[in-house]
Design a protein around this ligand. Sequence first.
Ligand SMILES: Cc1cc2nc3c(=O)[nH]c(=O)nc-3n(C[C@H](O)[C@H](O)[C@H](O)COP(=O)(O)OP(=O)(O)OC[C@H]3O[C@@H](n4cnc5c(N)ncnc54)[C@H](O)[C@@H]3O)c2cc1C
Length: 467
Amino acid sequence: MAAVTTLVRELGAAIGARYVRAPSAEELEDGTRWTGLRGSADALIAPPDAETVAQAVRWCYEHDVPITVRGGGTGLSGGAVPDGGVVLSMERLNQVRSLEPEWWRCEVEAGVTTHQLQRRVREVGLSYPPDPGAGATSHIGGNLATNAGGPHAFGHGQTRAWVLGVEAVLAPGELVRIGGPTRKDVAGYDLTSLLVGSEGTLGVITAAWLRLVPPATAEQTVLGLFPGIRSAQEGIQGAFTCGAVPVALELLDGGTLQDAGATLPIEGAAIEWQSLPDPTSAVLLVANIEGDLVEATAARGDALIDAWQEAGAAWTAAPSAAAASTLGEWRAGVSGAVAARRGGKLSEDVAVPTDRVADLLAGSAAVARRHGLEHAAWGHAGDGNIHCTFLLDPSDPVRRDRADQAAEELFSLAISLGGTVSGEHGLGRLKTGHLGEQWGEAAVAAHRAIKEALDPKGLFGPGRKTD
Ligand SMILES: Cc1cc2nc3c(=O)[nH]c(=O)nc-3n(C[C@H](O)[C@H](O)[C@H](O)COP(=O)(O)OP(=O)(O)OC[C@H]3O[C@@H](n4cnc5c(N)ncnc54)[C@H](O)[C@@H]3O)c2cc1C
């Protein structure tokens, strides 16, 4: 591998010196930095446009240089952490190329942040619903590359549901456009879906055409506090069957409430939770219902309250829109509140069929007990996608090791329940190697064949998203 200065100089000569430099320490890590994962790279390229991305990929492909694509660096599986070669940063591809409210669509470059796009879209009276939790920093390209979810993925779908087409650079440096403003296109294999969720291992997404919708005009937020995980499982089913059709259905278990419950911003809720016979077994479900008519939406909320009361919810409430917004902010902070208990945590993103959420919660807590670790779980119950979490002190290597072992058992548990090791963060560098456990041999071989066909030299994100 060429020395830093050589690669920076050679790449600079090939694509423009002002677009190539040495990476900073922050550009060698991502949202997994607390695990100690640090990468290395000989150069960082930040091209100003898609054509220069193609030029850079062509040069790297000719010279056998590995490429790690970098969006906002918020990923939680180490996918943007390089292992040699170059970091290809999308930071300069930050233009909204077109925004057509009259046709509910836009074309945006990969480096536009999720919140920037949402703001622009709101200004023209529309909505882009995907809401992964780090939207201030994450890029649209990163959202596509991880097929990001978030609370509203339950009703609105993951990022893929909003993608009409992509512009991408494929090996050995070809700029392609697949799909576009057309709302339906089944002419070829679904290459758009192949690139969405490919975590930078099949090519570089440089832009995307996205679908937009008018926002809901009425909203209702309903909370149900269940005395245990089995009654909460009934509550999850009730949300599917009672006719309320929530767009988000979030879950927070007793371990999470232990750290975040005291600040629950709904009048009386903190007291109610702490007065349960066994607060550690409690489960809080929060549902967000959207609609066009205030009365009809409120009626749907009432239907959900009835269903949850029948399932044994000890307490329910349907607060105002302002209270719902405060509740959303509180929900976003629970991960930090739980981590603060011991200074750190290993939080996973397994997903199981929605009828197995209680089994996942029980099994994950049992894994934690076996390893002498404290446990908390929260997440997207409507998608069966739960952040099962083992608490640890990052400076204690013994607990760190135990948490790693616990996570391995958690993955096996999720698979045994018919689920997946990753519902939204992807395999990246940290979880790669688990596909064989989850899929049959022939399916893994097909996965490998796709990689070999699109990236024959194996230079895009080497070692990531493999079997
Ligand atoms: C506080 C917090 C909350 C989060 N909440 C959620 C959540 O609710 N739901 C969820 O799904 N995720 C969540 N995440 C994870 C993360 O934010 C998302 O996965 C996000 O989509 C990553 O986008 P990014 O731009 O930061 O990508 P990066 O971290 O830069 O990269 C992620 C992966 O995508 C690849 N990549 C990035 N850009 C491109 C591109 N243009 N072309 C090809 N490949 C590319 C990278 O190589 C890497 O493999 C959260 C993260 C944090 C820190």
